[in-house]
Ligand binder design. Structure first.
Ligand code: HEC
Length: 161
């Protein structure tokens, strides 16, 4: 009797140890995936809203000051997030090929990268007011937006995953 309960306890410990060992490694891989999805998700959401402004600037859809302002305000909210915190160590393109386009320069030049995010936030303050101010102002703001996003991509985003 005594022996079998002892054995059961040992068995339970061994099972617990096995479960911990089995879950530890995938949890780390999940974390890298999650944080990559998170930053790409914010980027894609900004693109989703920016595309409406770009379409207006190119005359593909009619200019609507209210819609343009709403879209810009959404980008501004997204840009206000601490996006740099989603670039965890170990999640650059050479470390995770096929999953991310984040260049190692993000980690090698963190101040420059953070400056790129600050530039975006500063640009959005202007873009938000300008897109609603008239068609000409909207076109200029769309150009500014495209240059701000693109300027960072040129330095920190690879062409391929
Ligand atoms: C400070 C730098 C920086 C700024 C500013 C920036 N991006 Fe990005 N963006 C990146 C990096 C780095 C990646 C690559 C992320 C990855 O693949 O993990 C990226 C990726 C993307 C992607 C691809 C996401 C995917 O699923 O692979 C889109 C779309 C995008 N950005 C849109 C935008 C838009 C729109 C703006 C401006 C409103 C913007 N970005 C501003 C750095 C920036």
């Amino acid at each position: 009797m005594h022996h079998s309960s002892e054995l059961r306890r040992l068995g339970a410990c061994a099972l617990a140890a096995t479960l911990i060992a089995a879950t530890a490694a995938p949890a780390l891989a999940d974390e890298a995936d999650m944080v990559t999805y998170a930053r790409q998700g914010i980027m894609n959401a900004m693109q989703w809203d920016a595309n409406v402004i770009y379409a207006m600037a190119k005359g593909k859809i009619p200019y609507d000051a209210e819609v343009a302002s709403e879209r810009a305000a959404k980008i501004q909210v997204l840009a206000g997030y601490d996006i740099a915190s989603l670039f965890l160590d170990g999640t650059s393109k050479p470390e995770r090929p096929g999953k991310t386009r984040a260049e190692p320069s993000v980690w090698d030049e963190p101040l420059k990268f953070e400056q790129g995010l600050e530039d975006l936030r500063a640009a959005m303050a202007n873009v938000v007011t300008q897109v609603g101010a008239g068609e000409e102002e909207m076109i200029a703001a769309a150009t500014e937006l495209g240059q701000t996003c693109g300027g960072c991509h040129k330095q920190f985003r690879a062409k391929e995953y």
